[in-house]
Structures are given as structure tokens and as C-alpha cells.
Design a protein around this ligand. Sequence first.
Ligand code: CP
Ligand code: NVA
Length: 321
Amino acid sequence: MLMQALFGIDSLADRKLSVQDLVSIDQLALADLQLIFALAEAIKKSPANYAGALKGKVLALIFEKPSLRTRVTFDVGMTSMGGSAVFLDHSEAKLGERESIRDVARNLERWVHGIVARTYKNKSVVELAEHASIPIINGLTDLLHPCQALTDYFTILEKFGSFQGLKFAYIGDGNNTCHSLIDGAAKLGVELWIASPKGFEPKERIVSEAAKFAKESGAQIRIVNDPVEAARDASIVYTDVWASMGQEAETEDRAAVFADYQVDSELMSHARQHAVFMHCLPAHRGYEVAPSVIDSSQSIVYDEAENRLHVQKAILYLLMK
Ligand code: CP
Ligand code: NVA
């Protein structure tokens, strides 16, 4: 199945997104998501066709937090399209501390053609986008992880061919990944169930914004506290860490609160026979997921990780070409 045909996209040449930055999925139109998916599929199939697409272009990677997948896939993605990436380690000095975010933006735009930023405050990425004339891509904040969620929906489409008739269960913390999955579900018309412990549900602001888009798309977004209710008859079971980057001091307390939310073989037995297991990674075996699930044939976590490369190449191409 060609996603381009599925979405009725005539040609992928010279197409642009409706936005200049990728800060949050809720700012994208459905057509933007479909274009990203179709182009990612084309790039994945024939990477050589895009080998010189970003020749001479430079991407700055500003990271306040650690990363394996996001950092490597953006760097490799640029190189494989003829461009390059420069890494700015902001783990010591947060963005805006040494000089204003506005000045960082106004300097970088003179030398590079795009910026990926991974920050604690979502506001830092928003501010960069406000002040820079070059594209800003959100590489994860405390609030959102849009590149991850776009990749996850691309991966689901690859596996199932459609979002129709699929129940998607997210089990665990109502965190950044969860928020962006909600934003994506709302645009794409997905049936998404989220099971979190009381007090750890996704932010009300994200859920109510998504509800507005869900009216248009037909998405159903359900927030519950019972993991079995979410996992029952699900085609996709997804989880993420219980303590996100920046919450390390809460690790032990959270492990106690989330103990009943581990995705193990018992929970998977409530899902459909063909169900897949997904996780954005890094994973903690024995905490949010049992080894018997993440290391089983149902697990597609490494396909998800691979697809970060193809989807983000599509995003870079669409924003920077
Ligand atoms: N999933 C993800 O964003 O991984 P990294 O934190 O390693 O970039
Ligand atoms: N929720 C996790 C995602 C890591 C990719 C975190 O923020 O640490």
C-alpha cells in the first residue's frame, strides 16, 4: 500500500507544510501529517533519490537533556541528504541562561538553516520559533514529543495499513510522549485509550484541546485508570518510562505508584491476538515493561526507532529544502 495513494496526494515534489516550524502536532493540519507519512515512506523506500536534497544545509542540535535516537537520527538524516549537523551541548547551561533565547535564535539563523531543540521548558522551543527565521523542530520538551508521535503513527500505518478499526492503548504516565500521541490521535481520527494512575493522567489542557480536533476527525480519546480496560481488544499497546528525564529524584516513588501499570504478558493477553507492543525507548525492563513483552515477537520497538530516521528526514526535507 502506498501512503501517497492512500491519502490521494498527486505528487510529492515541491510540497510544503502549512507551518514553518514543528513545535507541536496540534499546529499541523491533517494534510501535513499525511504528507509527512507519504514522504517518509518514499524516502525509506528510495533514500538515494534524496541523497543531495539538503546539500550544503546545516542543522543545529541544541540538547539540554540526553538522547540516543533523536540526536543520531537527525544527524544521520542530515548527512544522508547531503547536509550536516552541529551539536550544541546544553546539559550544563540551559537555553536562555548564558544569553537570551532571542539572541541565541538571532545568532544561529545567520549560520545554520534549521534547529532541533530538546529542552526542559516547552516555552524555550516556542520562544526559539518566535524569534528565529529558520525552522525550529521540537526534539522533546517536558510537555511534548511530536517527532516521536509522528513516527509512531507512521509505524502503525505501516503495520496495519489504516487507523480504522484499531484500538490504541497507552499505559502509564500522562507525559510528553503521551501528550503528543493524543495530539496525533485527535488529528488522525484514532481510537486512543490512556490508562494512568490517578494524579498522573495527561494534562487537562492537552486533552480538551484534542477534544476539539477529535470532533472533526472522529477520534475517540478515553482517559481511564484501569490498564486492563485500556488494553482489552487493543491492537497496539504502548508504554513509556514512569520517570521522565528531569524526574530522576521521583524514580522510587513513581515505581510504587505505577507498579500495577507494567505491560507484562498478562496485560498483553487482554489485547487482540495480532497486537503489537510499542515503546519510544529508552526502556526499563522490569519496570514499565516486562522482558517477556519487549523482547517478544509482538514488539516493534526497533522498527519504531528505525522509523525516527525516515520520518524526520521527511520533516527536514519539507521544512528546509
Ligand atoms: N525516543 C527518544 O526520543 O529517544 P532519545 O531520548 O534517545 O532521543
Ligand atoms: N518521557 C520520556 C521520553 C524519552 C524519549 C522522557 O521525557 O524522558
